[in-house]
Design a protein around this ligand. Structure first.
Ligand code: URA
Ligand code: ZN
Length: 384
């Protein structure tokens, strides 16, 4: 029996698997979890993962590691299936040998987390699927990376991998990663590109704005830069079937894509390196719909639709239909980050994203169903 077209699939949702949370607890420098005592005398765990972590870190609890909490959250918000990924900063801070062992162990843990989850209704499809981890750290060997790509490809409930922006130290446009992109492309795995470092914190001033500037601006700017560098490296010319999913609706890349194309057009060295106009490559991307507003989602889908015009042999200058772009956008929540500040039934970080999808002008009901779940079912091959 085919899955309902109305299923809701969350493709941006995180976990600190118990093995990883234990590692964070064992540490006393960033990234780590520390137990503190509140003013009321109760104990509270706090997560410190960013350099210069504001506000003494963020409260952290069972939502971050307990699978039952993930399922309860999904039930509360009408989410049928989640594609769960480890949260930042992944293995970035570990020496190569430890990163390699832990990647393999965490991938097996995540497979277990997903494969033993309940099924959707009367279907065989599970409620949880996962994105694995690669040991992307300096000094790791290519063969170790390829071995872990193979492992992820062999675990039936893992459908891709999450990665940050540093690669093995020189960023994602490092040619040393070419064999890794080739192996990922070959295995048909989805790469979820997610930020962690933000951008130079000195830009944030000293007015005590907490996590607002690093998360609202730094995170998406980091994704913008990493994705742009990948485009400029010609990764989509070399690996045309590579499927890259960008966090937070691609950050500022959609808004800056014509400026990017213009700057390339004025730089003879870069211009000669690429086979297509920069706007063409935006049509190769998938983007989460974690943008919190209907106007932003509509705009992003316009920019993705416009890529059609830059396909070889296309002469049309007609306004693109934003429905085309919607097919590459997928609902997400960023759970368990952004919990409500006061006790409330549903999380605003979920309801705002669902309302935004429902309110996009120019998306049909079918487009909206696509963004809420159908696109993910097809991208992650969830149909039984
Ligand atoms: N904050 C984080 O550190 N990671 C996320 O994914 C979201 C918010
Ligand atoms: Zn996230």
């Amino acid at each position: 029996m085919p899955l309902s077209a109305k299923l809701v699939v969350d493709i941006h949702t995180h976990v600190y698997l118990p093995r990883y949370a234990a590692l964070l607890r064992s540490r006393s420098s960033v990234p780590f979890i520390r137990s503190t005592t509140t003013h009321q005398g109760t104990s509270e765990d706090r997560l410190l993962i960013l350099d210069h972590e504001p506000s003494g870190g963020r409260p952290v609890g069972a939502q971050y590691w307990d699978r039952e909490e993930k399922l309860k959250f999904m039930d509360k918000h009408g989410i049928d299936i989640s594609i769960v990924s480890s949260a930042n900063p992944w293995l970035d801070f570990l020496p190569a040998s430890q990163a390699r062992t832990l990647a393999s162990e965490l991938n097996n843990d995540l497979e277990q987390y997903c494969s033993t989850s309940p099924v959707v209704g009367n279907h065989k499809v599970k409620r949880l699927y996962g994105l694995g981890l690669l040991p992307l750290v300096p000094e790791i060997t290519t063969s170790a990376l390829l071995e872990i790509v193979r492992q992820i490809g062999s675990l039936p409930h893992l459908r891709g991998l999450i990665m940050g922006t540093r690669g093995i130290g020189k960023g994602l446009d490092d040619e040393a990663l070419d064999p890794v992109w080739a192996a990922i492309e070959n295995a048909g795995l989805i790469v979820f590109l997610h930020p962690h470092y933000g951008v130079d914190g000195s830009a944030w001033g000293d007015k005590g704005n907490g996590h607002v500037l690093p998360l609202a601006l730094g995170f998406p700017f980091e994704t913008t830069t990493a994705a742009t560098r990948l485009i400029l490296s010609g990764v989509f010319d070399k690996f045309p079937s590579l499927r890259l999913l960008l966090a937070h609706s691609g950050g500022a890349l959609p808004a800056l894509s014509s400026r990017l194309a213009s700057c390339i057009g004025h730089d003879p060295i870069v211009a000669s390196r690429l086979k297509h106009d920069a706007r063409y490559y935006l049509g190769k991307l998938y983007l989460d719909a974690v943008a919190y507003g209907p106007e932003e989602l509509g705009f992003v889908s316009d920019v993705i639709s416009r890529a059609e015009r830059y396909k070889p042999g296309t002469s049309t200058k007609n306004a693109a239909n934003r429905s085309v772009g919607s097919k590459r956008m997928l609902f997400g929540t960023d759970h368990p980050f952004f919990p409500p500040l006061s006790s409330s039934n549903k999380w605003a970080s979920v309801t705002e994203n669902l309302e935004a999808i429902a309110d996009v002008e120019g998306w049909s009901e079918e487009d909206k169903d696509g963004v809420r779940g159908r696109n993910a079912i097809s991208l992650f091959n969830l149909e039984e």
